[in-house]
Design a protein around this ligand. Structure first.
Ligand code: KQY
Length: 366
């Protein structure tokens, strides 16, 4: 049974665990939207398959698919991957899946945030998003996890990073954007995060990456490796439009202390050389009036820190870029106890996100 609770996680002694804490498993969705994904979504599906198979070497994976695709998707995957029928408007489980919270004796519950497709009718990426909005509740019902209803507050999972010990990193560009929670002050936003995630310290970066269609999700900029240690996107090129905002983020992070009073150790992970949508790619994306404009030559956000940490592994992006190998070695050093697996994710990046954006961890019960 999954009940909707009147209380809040903080009052009940629940907190959001870090991604590097043990997982019960990983949730994903199946991409089909032809105004996000080119060529009928087939190349993106191949990349999603690779990501799901990589994660499934480390922990159970569940993929939600539409009824029309169910039979096909079931036939692609080995039986260790669970395929369930679930409607959605696109496939970004990080943003439309529940945020799981856990208490001191290992009980797990979920937070159901509001969602408006990254900005609603004021810069949002598609319309409607009615099916996306139901995904959190469906996941919690399937897993028999009680639900905290915070739908009055718009929040995407990619807009926050936590260390599980009371620290949260986010960006002003996203959380204070008038297209998310226009009637809330910074203090009210902080209070909501405090109450529903049990965080004590919020580190506000100013901006996310340029060309990020989500209005600056932090998961393209920074990720906790473990408490006190952060990996962040970086460029050495002062001519790159990402340079200034990344310098600003570096200064903020490296001078910040976390909820436990530790000074953060910040590791720079160089972004790939600028990536743009090719003419062939643009021609194969369907046009829709309310969709993001994926025109030829448009630069898209690409970052290696949009990785996903799972039990014993880290699944990291590759872009066919000179920094792929350098990043592999750097992240292998930062995660000495996990196996780093690299997947070429250009097709996912073309849709506006990466491995972190298409996955959602469910913490281990107990
Ligand atoms: O979590 C993310 N950064 C999601 C990206 C969503 C892109 C929608 N086209």
């Amino acid at each position: 049974m999954s009940a909707t609770l009147e209380s809040t996680p903080r009052r009940d002694g629940f907190r959001m665990p870090a991604e590097f804490e043990p997982h019960q498993g990983t949730w994903m969705l199946w991409p089909v939207r032809t105004d996000t994904w080119r060529l009928g979504a087939k190349p993106a599906q191949d990349a999603f398959v690779e990501v799901a198979l990589a994660i499934s070497e480390f922990e159970p994976v569940t993929i939600g698919v539409s009824s029309i695709q169910y039979e096909h998707v079931r036939s692609i995957f080995p039986s260790r991957i669970r395929i369930i029928e679930m409607s959605s408007n696109d496939a970004w489980m990080r943003d439309i899946g529940p945020t799981f919270v856990k208490n001191g004796v290992g009980d797990v519950r979920g937070v159901d945030w509001g969602f408006n497709a990254w900005g609603g009718l004021n810069g949002g990426l598609y319309f409607p998003w009615d099916q996306d909005l139901l995904v959190k509740q469906k996941v919690l019902e399937i897993e028999n996890k009680d639900r905290y209803d915070s739908q009055s507050f718009i929040l995407e999972g990619g807009a926050i990073q936590v260390d599980g010990e009371g620290t949260l990193i986010t960006t002003e560009q996203c959380l204070l954007n008038p297209n998310r929670n226009p009637d809330m002050s910074r203090e009210e936003v902080e209070e909501r995060l405090h109450e529903y995630l049990s965080v004590e310290k919020i580190i506000w970066l100013k901006d996310g990456l340029r060309y990020d269609e989500t209005d600056g999700h932090v998961d393209e900029v920074a990720a906790f490796v473990r408490p006190g240690v952060v990996a962040m996107s970086w460029t050495d090129d002062p001519a790159d439009p990402q340079y200034e905002l990344l310098c600003n983020a570096f200064d903020l992070l490296s001078s910040a202390t976390d909820a436990k009073g530790r000074k953060l150790e910040v590791h720079k992970i160089h972004i790939p050389d600028p990536l743009t949508i090719s003419d062939e790619e643009a021609r194969l994306i369907d046009r829709a009036r309310r969709s993001y404009n994926r025109a030829t030559g448009t630069r898209f956000a690409a970052s290696y820190v949009n990785f996903y940490i799972c039990n014993g592994g880290v699944i990291i992006p590759a872009f066919g870029d000179r920094y792929d190998a350098i990043t592999y070695h750097q992240l292998s050093g930062l995660f000495p106890d996990r196996k780093v697996v690299q997947v070429n994710t250009r097709e996912i990046a073309l849709g506006g996100g990466n491995i972190h954006c298409i996955t959602q961890q469910q913490p281990k019960q107990g």
